[in-house]
Design a binder for this molecule. Structure first.
Ligand SMILES: *Cc1c(COP(=O)(O)O)cnc(C)c1O
Length: 421
């Protein structure tokens, strides 16, 4: 397999050679702006750390050894490429477009997050940082970070709100088994946004020996860019697999959006294919009109979160609001700045799916395909199922099945009134 970056470059230059308008894939600019979004809203001391990271990344993304190690681990440790699977019975049930599933649920640790964590752990290694930190809400990014820290022999500390620790005890224990230290954050609402602040504070204090692994396409520049690049292996594979299986591009690509990394990863290699609809699905929770959701692109305002300008859930005083979704991994008050820009320029569409619709899709995929999806992924799936029904049988939809749902069994059992003890 050739490298992500080389493939992107090649694809982009082919598009330009064919005379199809300007390259969307050259974003962000030098300062990390995607139009008015992104940037670096951090303290002076972190500006230095970010400049060091930016410089290291710009060099390493073209470094033969770095890329060889990255792709080696994607193949032998993560288990890539992941299949592009035709969900035949589900397609038949919906009676329209072919539904193809990009099976990120089959990756080591059960989701797409590991792709990015491998990339960033390698950055830490090449930059000579023996210690990594991360923050986590539901615990999934914490687990992926602790996993790669074990794999590369790095010291690892994970910040987690104390309320989240109480809710996610299997993931907390799993991180400990992997040798990570889990630090409870007891300030504020004791959830993800407080863990974010605490991780930033740690980085400021220990920037000499510490690498901060951010789990989605958010944070200050260069994080949204480098996380996207590491995750774009998903879209590069899916695009090639679709061409190979059907000799044509898909008509639509659908992915759930929390911070937006699995969506950006599958969208990015399709950006220049203007006929391919790109659809991001936010969690509408109990309903957009109830305020109990995590859908900043649908219902948020522009502001600053985690060092970048983007759409986020905030009140009129600029206070970040509490979010809600049945799927803990989508429960994030912001969204990556590249999505904010793609929405404004209308290259991607953003919609929202509520808990009920996601739960229906979750059950359907179990029954019809024998696949237990993550509740996060079920949001994308739910939208794709409805969309498929409105399309013709010769059309193709690719859904990014971002993760597996084993972790959601306790949530589902509780809804069904079943005791697992
Ligand atoms: C974390 C997670 C998400 C949401 O994160 P993105 O950055 O939006 O991809 C989606 N699906 C699964 C399975 C996750 O673990």
């Amino acid at each position: 397999m050739t490298s992500t970056v080389e493939n992107d470059r090649q694809a982009a230059s082919e598009v330009r050679a064919a005379g199809i308008n300007e390259a969307l894939t050259v974003m962000p600019d030098e300062k990390g702006h995607f139009g008015p979004y992104g940037g670096q809203f951090v303290s002076e001391i972190l500006m230095t750390a970010l400049a060091e990271l930016d410089q290291a990344y710009r060099h390493l993304k073209n470094d033969k050894n770095f890329l060889a190690e990255f792709h080696h681990d994607l193949e032998h440790y993560v288990g890539r490429p992941s299949p592009l699977y035709f969900a035949e019975r589900l397609t038949k049930q919906m009676g329209g477009a072919r539904i193809m599933l990009k099976r990120e649920d089959l990756n080591h640790t059960g989701a797409h997050k590991i792709n990015n964590c491998i990339g960033q752990a390698l950055l830490a290694k090449y930059m000579g940082k023996p210690r990594v930190i991360a923050e986590t809400g539901a615990g999934q990014h914490g687990v992926a970070s602790a996993t790669v820290a074990a794999r590369f022999g790095l010291k690892c500390r994970v910040y987690m709100g104390s309320d989240d620790i109480a809710r996610q005890s299997p993931n907390v224990y799993r991180m400990k088994l992997l040798g990570a230290e889990v630090v409870p954050v007891t300030s504020g609402s004791r959830t993800l946004k407080d863990a974010l602040s605490e991780a930033m504070r740690d980085w400021v204090t220990n920037v000499d020996d510490t690498y901060y692994i951010i789990g989605t396409v958010a944070g200050p520049h260069p994080y949204p860019m480098l996380v996207r690049d590491f995750q774009s292996v998903i879209g590069i594979e899916a695009r090639a697999q679709c061409l190979k299986q059907f000799g044509t591009m898909p008509d639509a690509v659908v992915a759930c959006v929390g911070g937006g990394s699995n969506a950006m990863g599958i969208f990015y290699p399709f950006l220049e294919d203007r006929d391919v609809r790109l659809i991001g699905v936010e969690p509408a929770g109990h309903g957009l009109e109830t305020g109990q959701h995590a859908a900043p692109l649908s219902k948020g305002k522009i502001g600053i979160l985690q060092g970048n300008r983007t759409y986020l859930m905030q009140d009129s005083d600029g206070q970040v609001l509490d979010t809600y979704s049945i799927s803990a991994g989508l429960d994030y008050p912001g969204v990556g700045p590249e999505h904010a820009w793609l929405k404004d320029i209308k290259r991607a569409e953003y919609v929202a799916v509520d808990d009920k619709q996601a739960l229906h899709a979750f059950r359907q995929l179990n029954r019809l395909e024998g696949i237990l999806p993550a509740l996060e992924s079920a949001h994308g799936l739910a939208y794709a199922m409805d969309l498929a029904a409105t399309m013709s049988k010769d059309e193709i939809i690719i859904v990014n099945l971002s993760g597996r749902g084993d972790k959601d069994i306790p949530t589902m059992a509780k809804l069904d009134g079943i005791s697992l003890d």
